[in-house]
Design a protein around this ligand. Structure first.
Ligand code: NOJ
Length: 640
């Protein structure tokens, strides 16, 4: 690869960079164009390519790609091992590689005082749920003081607990309660932006000469013309007008979530101090919210309209992998996450838009940045977005995970199917058929098996262990999420018939995942902040706890198996069969080898002939036999 990439480079040089390789994957993902097409024209010079595509995509796209391809290969990253020099980690593995995390969405987990909102005491009271299940660590969605425009992802005070969730003492008790049970606990750190109610922002507004004014992106101007064409992820422009300051302020998310300027060393110091303060209190690390957005292209130039159309957000190429991202993360690791004894607390990056190769740059063990990244490309079948009502193809999931695993060296894959930002996977896979409890259980067990026998660190999202499905919300008044509400309003204002707008919002709403956990069969959710509507018998903790055929029991069994056999956690992986709906992989350590066979579709399939002698240990359903795999089923065997 010749670097840097220039207009005289060949397309293949661009595609050989991490960003170039990811860009190809994204085009394939968004458009469904076969992966070999970009490679076929690899010999083209970039200035020629520019001339060819300009009439279709407009000016400047090729230059934008060149800029992106060269970024991240600069300064800090250059001192770190290059792709070819990266070797697998040998010797003892960090704890989080063999761990299974459970994500808790505290607002909807357990409400101890009956005010309609889940709280820390509720989590403390239910910690046995996690030890019974057999996970190793919890990740809590935000609990810091917040006006909750975006349910805690808009922090007002990083050193205080949200009043409705409890107190700092409760949080200390929760941390201690986890540790007593051998559970680790990581919190959510939301530092790409703060709430507009944070004292930094309030000070910045009140006094243009304050140090805090430089913590944010303020731009002078006039009320009718935002400083650039960037969109907010939650609809509308990414700028809010502040009449009192006669200036615009940047917000990539809700207008009450204003972006911090990480190029200001004072901001970086503040964040490192916050991290240290919490680590001193005993937390084991953080999940870092949209952490790849913290470095913005200086000057905040306009986004390219074609890229904006492709991704649905104008401006994203100027911050999803910005010029100082690697430096800022390395500094945060050094100054915030590294403890006086030299150990580092775990850094899990939420990195939307990041592809496999840029993710690998961010998470290589030798690179001193993040430990794990969440890559979202697995979550939709190519050619679809979250807002489409379609049936998800599980083949994409396993192909993605296998491909990612084939590329890793000193890095590691974070595995997940659900979180608080996505609809339930059982519904995405089975659609209306999930209304049949038997199908629901089958699909939930299959998903559990794929997640917990794949190589990587699995993250479960609350409710997944019960086989939770999407909620039959009836109309926009049932929803609470700012993203859904804004999107619906924007679509309707743009002329879309209300029924069509509702279908779209219903397909993708984040509220499907945010309804209260069903602890009991006849739980009354009528006074909760968000109501759950699914009341299918048998899908509560109460109903499943002692039922050996339940989804919960299946998770428990799998987690126990995984814990007892390291090959299933950190062992090597080899795919030994892949055809239409069938997949089989081996997991092995020096002492043992396991075989996982799965039928990813809704029809019976002939079992692949693998020519290995295996002893069946666990099967998700009873419908299969030696020759066939039942619909949506998996079998785990031990090789003789
Ligand atoms: C990602 C979080 O997961 C999501 O819930 C939130 O709305 C945005 N980041 C903004 O903080």
């Amino acid at each position: 690869m010749s670097l840097p990439v220039t207009r005289r480079s060949r397309l293949r040089d661009l595609l050989a960079t991490p960003v170039g390789r990811d860009a190809t994957d994204k085009v394939v993902l968004f458009s469904g164009v076969p992966a070999w097409v970009p490679r076929l024209v690899g010999g083209l010079r970039l200035d020629t390519l520019d001339r060819l595509v300009r009439p279709i995509v407009g000016e400047g796209l090729v230059d934008a790609l060149i800029g992106l391809a060269n970024a991240g290969l600069g300064s800090a990253a250059q001192d770190e091992p290059s792709a070819g020099e990266r070797e697998p980690v040998t010797g003892p593995q960090p704890w989080w590689r063999s761990a299974v995390f459970a994500q808790v969405y505290p607002r909807s987990f357990a409400d101890s005082n009956g005010d309609g909102i889940g709280d820390l005491r509720g989590i403390i009271d239910h910690l046995d749920h996690f030890t019974d299940l057999g996970v190793d660590a919890l990740w809590l969605s935000p609990v810091f003081d917040s006006p909750n425009r975006d349910m805690g992802y808009d922090v007002r005070d990083y050193r205080a607990v949200m009043a409705e969730m409890g107190t700092l003492d409760d949080l200390d008790e929760l941390i201690a309660g986890c540790h007593r049970r051998g559970l680790r606990i990581v919190l959510d750190l939301v530092v790409n932006h703060t709430s507009t109610e944070h004292r930094w922002y309030q000070k910045a507004l009140a006094d243009p000469d304050s140090a805090e004014r430089g913590y944010y992106f303020f731009r002078d101007g006039n009320a009718s013309q935002p400083p650039n064409n960037w969109n907010s992820f939650f609809s509308g422009p990414a700028w809010r007008w502040e009449p009192s300051a006669n200036a615009w302020a940047l917000h990539l998310f809700d207008q009450n979530q204003v972006d911090l300027n990480w190029d200001n060393p004072a901001v970086r110091r503040e964040v490192a101090d916050i991290v240290g303060w919490w680590l001193d209190r005993g937390v084991d690390g953080f999940r870092l919210d949209v952490i790849n957005y913290i470095s913005k292209q200086p000057g905040l130039p306009d986004g390219h309209p074609f890229v904006g159309r492709l991704f649905g957000f104008t401006g994203i190429e100027h911050y999803f992998h910005g010029p100082m991202l690697h430096e800022h993360l390395a500094a945060l690791r050094r100054d915030g996450f590294t403890r006086p004894d030299g150990t580092t607390a775990v850094m899990i990056g939420e990195t939307p838009g990041i592809g496999i190769e840029t993710g690998r740059l961010l998470s290589g063990a030798g690179r001193g940045e993040l430990d794990l990244v969440f890559n979202f490309d697995a979550l939709e079948t190519p050619g679809h977005t979250r807002w489409d009502d379609y049936r998800y193809n599980l083949g994409h999931l396993v192909d993605f995970w296998l491909d990612y695993n084939a590329r890793v060296t000193d890095d590691w894959v974070a595995l997940f199917l659900e979180n608080h930002d996505n609809p339930r996977m059982v519904s995405k896979v089975a659609g209306q058929r999930a209304a049949d409890p038997a199908v629901r259980v089958r699909v939930a067990r299959l998903l559990a098996t794929l997640l917990l026998t794949m190589r990587g660190t699995p993250f479960l999202f609350q409710g997944q262990e019960l086989g939770a499905v999407n909620e039959p919300f009836r109309g926009i008044d049932d929803l609470r999420d700012v993203e859904s509400l804004n999107r619906y309003a924007e679509l309707v204002a743009g002329g879309m018939p209300a029924a069509k707008a509702w279908r779209q919002v219903l397909a993708g709403s984040r509220d499907h995942a945010r309804t209260p956990i069903r602890w009991t069969e006849h739980q009354d959710d009528s006074s909760r902040w968000l109501r759950g509507h699914d009341r299918t018998p048998g899908f509560s903790v109460e109903a499943q706890r002692d039922d050996p055929r339940s989804v919960l029991a299946w998770y428990r069994a799998l987690l126990a198996l995984r814990r007892a056999h390291l090959a299933l956690a950190t062992g090597d992986i080899e795919c030994v069969h892949r055809s239409r709906d069938l997949v089989a992989w081996l997991r092995s350590s020096p002492d043992e080898t396991w075989l996982v066979e799965a039928n990813l579709g809704g029809r019976v399939r002939r079992r692949p002939r693998l020519g290995v002698a295996a002893v069946e240990v666990l099967a998700t359903t009873t419908g299969g036999d030696a020759a066939r795999l039942a619909p949506w089923s998996a079998v785990i065997s031990r090789l003789r």
